[in-house]
Design a binder for this molecule. Structure first.
Ligand code: 13P
Ligand code: SF4
Length: 342
């Protein structure tokens, strides 16, 4: 058992996942599994989580995949969300009778923080004066309060198809300006008004860092997350959500890839697609990495930290998420082509 886990984890980083370290993790992994049974809990883990969390996850995925999985949870009473606060909130919004736990309450998101609800409300009012047909499209990396102000939500995996589906020409896109530009390039008939937010992790990745790897590795395919800067997206072979990158790497004839996003995705790719090679030009999101086996155990033992949302806010946010679910389903999402930015 230990050696199987060790074989998987050492693919991620043999210097960090030594046999001794993995051996020390095994009692904690067993404890999480036992507590999950006792608490009737399921564990949903985002693709950026630490590799040892994947060992105890019932489902891994991107924001869209996990929102859909959370909505489908029936038998379990508890959802332990290994990700960041807005993702756990989304799980509670779509499945309100479950106890949803976030193992570290400080696991926030700089992008969600860049759109406070009061400022969003003021901006919507102001823009509606100028554009009576305005539709408000909100990336899921936002608080429940902001989702509640929106017409429809989207994720990195479906933003293009969500915007395309709307009759309105004028769209306020909240909060990521890079994803907004990617959408505008793919849906040129819409007037996309971008909120001026960004993820500070993705913004640190430069085209120079990407080109340095590309020049050293012939045949490399560059897969970039749409939260990256436009000059990074312009040199990517494809712009994809985190799960979109995994699908692409599995299906592609290429054997060498650079996943330009948070480093956890490269970790997961080395586990999920072991016959291909993955290089790195990534940054670590400290919010995602604040979830550990230790705080997952504590979360299950003490049933902490529970997500609560006022019912009126939850209902309005749920409407925006359900509209997104209606427009697209996980299986139906086409891989969007990368559109170079002028
Ligand atoms: P995905 O929905 O593509 O997994 O992205 C979530 C995220 O937080 C990216 O930084
Ligand atoms: Fe938020 Fe950026 Fe971390 Fe994703 S990588 S959770 S957008 S801070």
């Amino acid at each position: 058992m230990t050696s199987e886990i060790y074989e998987r984890l050492r693919r991620v980083d043999p210097d960090y996942y030594t046999f001794e370290r993995v051996n020390d993790m095994v009692p904690l992994l067993d404890k999480v599994r036992r507590l999950k049974r006792e608490r009737h809990a399921v564990l949903l883990a985002h693709n950026y989580q630490r590799a040892e969390i994947f060992e105890v996850a019932d489902e891994t995925g991107d924001s869209l995949g996990l929102a859909l999985k959370a909505a489908e949870v029936k038998e379990a009473k508890v959802i332990v969300f290994c990700g960041v606060h807005f993702m756990a909130e989304t799980a509670k919004i779509v499945n309100p009778t479950k106890t949803v736990l976030l193992p570290d309450p400080s696991a926030g998101c700089s992008l969600a923080d860049s759109a406070p609800a009061d400022a969003v409300r003021d901006r919507i009012e102001e823009l509606k004066q100028a554009f009576p047909d305005l539709a408000v499209v909100t990336y899921v990396n936002t608080t429940a309060d902001v989702k509640a102000l929106s017409d429809i939500c989207c994720t990195s995996g479906n933003a293009v198809s969500v915007v395309r589906s709307l009759p309105a020409r004028n769209i306020l896109f909240i909060p990521d300006r890079n994803l907004a530009r990617h959408v505008a390039n793919n849906v040129p008939d819409k007037n996309i008004i971008a909120w001026d937010g960004a993820c500070y992790i993705h913004e640190q990745i430069t085209p120079e860092a990407v080109l340095q790897v590309r020049s050293a590795i012939p045949g490399l395919k560059i897969l970039a997350h749409p939260e990256c800067r436009d000059d990074v997206l312009a040199i990517a072979d494809a712009t994809l959500s985190t799960s979109g990158m995994i699908d692409y790497a599995r299906r592609s004839d290429a054997t060498k890839f650079l996943a330009v996003t948070e480093c956890g995705l490269s970790d997961l790719l080395s586990i999920e697609v072991p016959d291909k090679q993955f290089y790195r030009a990534c940054k670590i999101c400290p919010f995602m990495k604040s979830i550990t086996l230790e705080n997952v155990v504590e979360s299950l033992e003490k049933l902490q930290f529970e997500i609560t949302i006022p019912e009126e806010t939850r209902r309005q946010a749920e409407r925006a998420i359900h509209r997104m679910f209606e427009v697209t389903s996980r299986d139906a999402i086409p891989l969007p082509p990368n559109v170079p930015v002028e």
